[in-house]
Design a protein around this ligand. Structure first.
Ligand code: NI
Length: 203
């Protein structure tokens, strides 16, 4: 979802972000170094990340601006810490409604409620560049998380934001969008990705 979690043509809808809580603005500073994005099938992408504790906050405050810089450069709309090789429950999201930055930092996020209504959308992932597939998920979710100041926050989301939040929280549980596909489709995507990466390296 990105243009991170997902790539592809995205229609940005105001209601996707209308209920997001106050966000801490994280400027996209050009001098923040980006991080390398880990590609599937790296083992860290399959491992559940561990919860952020109080003593991790300094690490997280240093990590988050670099995650945003990496995500914006990709470009993407979501990025989870395991995708940059860090096994902590941290993710960043920015759907940039009307092209305006609206960054969300999710620390120890949890889906606390889901709608019974399901919806299917095309997803992609920065760890699976150029690979897309339709994924069916609950249409609406309520997500509880901590922000960079350690305050508890809640978002009720629908549309693209709902799918993006679920996709990023999945990353923290070692789940990729291809895990929702049949083994056949999953293997086709993984083989195509490996082939494309080999071709890219030999160029
Ligand atoms: Ni992803």
């Amino acid at each position: 979802m990105h243009r991170s979690c997902y790539k592809g043509t995205l229609r940005k809808r105001a209601e996707d972000v209308a209920e997001a809580p106050a966000r801490r603005y994280i400027p996209l500073m050009l001098d923040v170094p980006t991080l390398s994005i880990v590609l599937a099938p790296a083992p860290i992408l399959k491992r559940p990340a561990r919860a952020v504790r109080n003593e991790d906050y300094e690490t997280v405050r240093a990590l988050v601006p670099r995650m945003f810089a990496t995500m914006y450069q990709a470009p993407g709309i979501g990025l989870a810490a395991p995708q940059v090789g860090v096994g902590l429950r941290v993710a960043v999201v920015d759907l940039k409604p009307e092209e305006k930055p609206s960054p969300i930092v999710l620390i120890n996020p949890e889906v606390v409620a889901t709608s019974t209504e399901m919806v299917t959308r095309e997803e992609g992932c920065l760890s699976l560049p150029n690979q897309y597939a339709e994924v069916t998920r609950p249409a609406r979710v309520k997500v509880r998380f901590f922000d960079l100041d350690g305050r508890s926050q809640e978002i009720e989301a629908e549309g693209l934001l709902s799918a993006c939040l679920q996709h990023e929280i999945d990353h923290l549980n070692g789940i990729l969008f291809i895990d929702y596909l049949s083994p056949l489709k999953r293997n086709i995507i993984l083989r195509r990705l490996a082939k494309e990466q080999r071709q890219k390296q030999s160029r």
